[in-house]
Design a binder for this molecule. Structure first.
Ligand SMILES: O=P(O)(O)OC[C@H]1O[C@H](O)[C@H](O)[C@@H](O)[C@@H]1O
Length: 595
């Protein structure tokens, strides 16, 4: 319990002394607009509890009804606001932690742990094996400051890759690199999942212009209907679509399946997937010599960009994974890198903060952060092998939409979270706003809803942080990504866990592989029985027995139901409500088939 609460408080730990660069002018800014809310729920997740999702979370942690440091006197609260307001002038970014109930004593108590966390960060940036389980360095900070990399060849790799990304994007946008059947590429189809999709999706939503040089679509699952939908939406523009396959490992099944499905769509459209013949070409961003990398080389794909071993999937937005897609959409990636570098610098020299932003265009930030935070911090064991079951749940969409969905529970229901508001001061580009009521714009409403919600939550002892940015720009987005990457790293040091591995994810992947292996055995058993004369229909028990997996009968039932629903020649006769009565056989016997 204590550590859960400190999880929440850790977001404040990053400002261990009062930050003096406050800017009172922010307070009187004439027409600030709102952002949206996203929520962290600090908690220890019990081992038996299934992974927390946006819609389901356990109630095992409830915060005190009124945290000790919550100030209620409006004048004192204003003083607290001004005293603690942090401003990064160059980035135009502000952090307000006044609505969090920490005390001065809390920081004194945390002093030593914080110093250690900052020292850990210094070591990490110097190239320490900060991911001991995988024996890897953690180098995403070098991506925006290549000189920081511990070896000259790493610096060169980063710089060279960035140059190639810029050059490649320029050639595609200008039409120097073009699809065989057209003058220019018009679309990108990005195939990837997890860290190989969430960053590029977030950045596209946040920063792509209304009419980008290339419009981007994503395939980030192995749902055939979803893939079909993306391809159907492209229609004839498949011929001018640049496919980007993104996978660090080069072996993620969802991504491989997406690639195979897209290749098939190209074949069926009479287009050649590989660059040497007609249409769109693939670009592999992967580890050198991975399966995917080799395929790309052998098939002569347009280009290959490296994804470095020392960059994790969920911190890869500033690598080729994020930058290539962004550059192709006309987003200023150098500005993104600059914003991130400035934020890194601020975090090194002046201790910092942690939060969540938005505005409609920042809608996907919480989804992006969900992976960054939950995959990094949701760990069973600490670095010394103690079971700690750490984690912070992240969820949220955008304000004021969320006001009409779940703010009711946040204010009045279970108290196991804190909110981070992201405020974007600029409502619209200059000259475009208008008053929909005398003296009031649409953006003023959004502003009002943000601050109204913040006040209403605070009145009921619900804490919040507010991050304010002037505008959603490549620079501010880069800074926000960097802010959270750093926050996650520091938090992990504070609670002594490895933020850079994901052992829990492997369990689900392994189990999925076992289901597919069982399906093959089921098919082999059914095939053998169905090839008999006469056909030998089998009960579920008999199939399970013949598969030497009697304990898997429920899974076998599900496999058969799924195959039957998909016209896979599986016939199950019997009463719908009583699976035990089923007699199952294959409509087709394939004597040659080897499952
Ligand atoms: O980039 P890939 O190797 O295809 O990996 C995609 C995703 O796979 C796994 O599920 C990991 O837990 C994620 O961290 C990763 O982002």
């Amino acid at each position: 319990m204590a550590s859960s609460i400190s999880s929440g408080l850790s977001l404040k730990l990053l400002t261990p002394h009062r930050l003096t660069h406050h800017n009172p002018s922010l307070v009187s800014s004439p027409s600030p607009s709102i952002g949206a809310a996203a929520h962290f729920r600090p908690q220890r997740v019990a081992r038996e509890v299934p992974p927390t999702t946006l819609s389901s979370y356990s109630n095992d942690v409830v915060l005190p009804s009124k945290p000790a440091g919550l100030e209620k006197d409006p004048r004192e609260l204003w003083k607290r606001y001004v005293d603690w307001l942090y401003q990064h002038k160059e980035l135009g970014l502000y952090l307000d932690v006044s609505r969090v109930g920490f005390t001065d004593q809390f920081f004194q108590e945390m002093e030593l742990r914080l110093q250690k966390a900052f020292k850990d960060m210094v070591e990490l940036e110097k190239g320490a094996i900060a991911n001991p389980d995988e024996g890897r360095m953690v180098g995403h900070y070098w991506l925006r400051n290549p000189k920081l990399a511990p070896k000259a060849f790493l610096t060169q790799q980063i710089e060279k890759t960035l140059d190639r990304i810029c050059e490649f994007a320029e050639q595609v946008i200008s039409g120097k690199i073009s699809p065989p059947q057209g003058v220019k590429f018009t679309h990108i189809l990005s195939i990837g999942i997890g860290g190989s999709a969430l960053g590029p999706q977030f950045v596209a939503e946040a920063l792509a212009p209304d009419n980008p040089p290339l419009k981007i679509r994503f395939i980030n699952n192995t749902d055939p209907a979803g893939i079909d939908h993306q391809i159907a939406q492209l229609g004839s523009e498949l011929a001018s679509t640049l496919v980007i396959v993104v996978s660090k490992s080069g072996g993620t099944p969802e991504t491989r399946n997406g690639l195979l499905e897209v290749q098939k769509a190209f074949r069926e459209a009479g287009l050649d997937f590989a660059k040497q013949v007609l249409v769109s070409d693939g670009v592999a961003i992967t580890q050198e010599n991975s399966l995917l990398d080799n395929t790309a080389r052998i098939e002569g794909w347009l280009a290959r960009f490296p994804m470095f071993d020392w960059v994790g999937g969920r911190t890869s937005e500033m690598s080729a994974v994020g930058l290539l897609a962004a550059a192709l959409q006309g987003i200023d990636i150098k500005e993104m890198l600059d914003g991130a570098a400035l934020m890194d610098e601020a975090n090194r020299t002046t201790q910092d903060m942690v939060v969540l932003p938005y505005k409609d265009s920042l809608l996907l930030f919480s989804r992006y952060l969900q992976q960054l935070v939950m995959e990094s911090l949701g760990k069973e064991f600490d670095l010394d092998g103690n079971r700690v079951n750490q984690g912070i749940s992240v969820y949220g969409n955008k304000g004021s939409t969320d006001q009409h969905a779940y703010i009711q529970q946040l204010r009045d229901g279970i108290h196991n979270f804190f909110v981070t508001f992201i405020e974007v001061l600029r409502d619209r580009p200059p000259g475009h706003d208008w008053e929909l009521e005398p003296g009031v714009t649409c953006g003023d409403y959004l502003f009002g809803f943000l601050h109204g919600t913040r006040s209403a939550l605070y009145a009921n002892n619900r804490e919040s942080i507010t991050v304010t940015v002037q505008e959603v720009t490549p620079r501010s987005v880069g800074a926000l990504v960097a802010l959270y990457e750093r926050a996650v790293g520091i938090y992990a040091s504070l609670v002594n866990i490895n933020a850079y591995h994901q052992p829990g994810v492997e369990a689900g992947k392994k189990a999925a592989g076992e289901v597919l292996a069982l399906q093959k055995r089921v098919l082999a058993v059914l095939n053998e029985a169905s090839c008999k004369e006469p056909v030998e229909p089998l009960t579920l028990e008999e199939i399970a027995e013949r598969c030497h997996a009697p304990e898997e009968i429920e899974m076998i039932y599900k496999i058969i139901a799924h195959m039957a629903a998909n016209d896979r020649a599986v016939i199950a006769e019997g009463s719908c409500g009583s699976p035990r009565s089923f007699k199952i056989f294959l409509g087709e016997c394939n004597v040659d088939e080897m499952y």
